[in-house]
Write a protein that binds this ligand. Structure first.
Ligand code: VGL
Ligand code: ZN
Length: 233
């Protein structure tokens, strides 16, 4: 079963949003192309979906500064600006995203006391989101039980929610591809981003470009529609 997983393609992570990632909106046309590809059995997006009193907001942690890393109940937590508050415009999907092509939406970061970068587990790895269950249910529904699961991950932001999601997917035993041109990092230091990608590759995550994924499809389509040359007279 082949699954496209779009992580947090939300307004707050795009230019104009409260936690804007450089070029975050540029991924949307690429994500839409992937969503339209018929190589996927299932298309899922996650939503960072925080209550107003969420622990990750600097405003809820007096005495801390923006982007500080602090320990809360033994878990490292970055102090983020208020973002992706349930029901607010910043938490909505980017307006150009083809939400009509999504089969399911997974909300994460809903517990006020703990953050959840990964679409599978919270940052303390104490609780699971509904994602794994949704994958299992879909596999049953599609009659694909026992088949390996391949997850193609993209979205925002590469160095936080996308990386954590890809890592967890690999550790859960799924085969994982990360689409580099359908994601953008918060981090601007290229070297750090490359080191992080290498760590993911060490866990078995394959780093690919959307054109490689879509090209396979183009080639098979070409084979199917090839027209024989009419006979020369
Ligand atoms: C994210 C920081 C805080 C993300 C979510 O989607 O990458 N980053 N919350
Ligand atoms: Zn968040």
């Amino acid at each position: 079963m082949k699954v496209l997983l779009v992580v947090d393609p939300q307004n707050d992570f795009c230019p104009g949003g409260s936690l804007a990632v450089n070029g975050g909106d540029e991924i949307i046309p690429v994500v839409n192309e992937l969503l339209q590809s018929d190589q996927f059995d299932l298309r899922i997006a996650s939503k960072d979906w925080h209550p107003e009193n969420h622990i990750s907001f600097v405003a809820n942690n007096p005495g801390t500064n923006l982007f500080d890393t602090v320990k809360i109940d033994g878990v490292s937590q970055v102090m983020w600006p208020t973002h992706c508050v349930q029901g607010e415009p910043g938490a909505e999907f980017h307006p150009k995203l083809r939400v009509d092509l999504l089969d399911a939406i997974i909300e994460k970061g809903t517990d006020p006391k703990i953050d959840s970068y990964s679409a599978f587990f919270d940052n303390a790895r104490q609780r699971e989101t509904p994602l794994r269950r949704a994958l299992e249910a879909a596999q049953k529904h599609l009659g694909l039980q026992g088949e390996p699961i391949e997850i193609v991950v993209c979205g925002l932001a590469l160095d936080f929610c996308v990386a954590y999601t890809a890592r967890d997917a690999a550790q859960l035993g799924y085969s994982v591809k990360l689409v580099l041109d359908a994601t953008r990092p918060v981090e601007s230091d290229q070297k750090k981003v490359i080191a992080m990608l290498r760590d993911l590759q060490d866990l078995g995550v394959k780093v690919v470009e959307s054109r490689d994924l879509l090209a396979e499809e183009g080639r098979s389509l070409e084979r199917e529609t090839r027209v024989e040359r009419p006979m020369e007279p």
